[in-house]
Design a protein around this ligand. Sequence first.
Ligand code: ATP
Length: 319
Amino acid sequence: MRRIGVLTSGGDAPGMNAAIRAVVRAGIYNNIQVMGIARGYAGLINGEIKEMDLASVGDIIHRGGTILKTARCEEFKTDAGREKALNVLEVFGIDGLVVIGGDGSFMGAQKLSHAGIKTIGIPGTIDNDLSYTDYTIGFDTAVNTVLDAVSKIRDTSTSHERISIIEVMGRHCGDIALYAGLAGGAESVLVPEEEFDIDDICKKLIQGKARRKLHHIIMLAEGTGDALELKKEIFNKTGIEARVTVLGYIQRGGSPTAFDRILASRMGARAVELLMEEKSGRVIGIKKNELIDMDIDEALSANREFHKEMYELTKILSI
Ligand code: ATP
């Protein structure tokens, strides 16, 4: 392996820069030339590629976003688009590729791997929706960002004795809501993985009011339902007015936590190791704090296990 490429694809996530830095530095340490590919698969198709030196990844470990930029690229999903990408890789003499992104990006990586390019995936997404790994890069930072917002909303919520519905990201995965809900002491955590009964929530609200509880935080994962609809339903059933905060893109930004920087650094370096071992079509994950690597198809078809025990705990601790 003499020259490898690295790209970030899909939604950006805090810690992607730390992963890029690790790939570049571990590559150079092992006498491998590392090429940075801008704008994900779109930049690959367009040949937006330049060599990364040690300094090019200096002063980025603490920055959110991705210095390589990221994109979603429909053309890459077509045979013709990927053909172009393969030509570009050949022209640039790149024989190994590290793809940092989510499940969609991994599907693209798998196709490149089948076409003969040694490809390794690193999970970079705030959603934590990849079942084969305990954590994805960016998740911990997003949870901490949400937690910070919850603490602030709780202050004003308490002062005005209000009900707050906080909608968080995660698409079909409730982990951000679950982790931030447990850490933030939310009274209700609503996630797509678990059915909820609106009457139970209303009962809890009324009981809370009766015992002069100062606030009530409902943490709603975006894949569960619409926050404004929930507010309306609660009002219709109880006459209680809730305030809705949709946290949105602030959850994708910010300086990565120590956890995400360390995870990204370990995974970036492991990706280079795997390429040096001529491995391909594999994704890196973490299980019980040990790095693992797995076939992409197997990883993408693994069943997601929702953390039921933590979910039940949110209920027990919010009585
Ligand atoms: P996030 O979880 O943050 O959304 P993601 O990697 O899942 O990240 P996607 O938009 O699903 O984001 O995928 C990123 C890119 O990967 C797509 O724009 C496309 O270029 C490529 N891609 C996705 N699915 C496929 C596929 N089936 N075949 C080839 N390429 C794909």
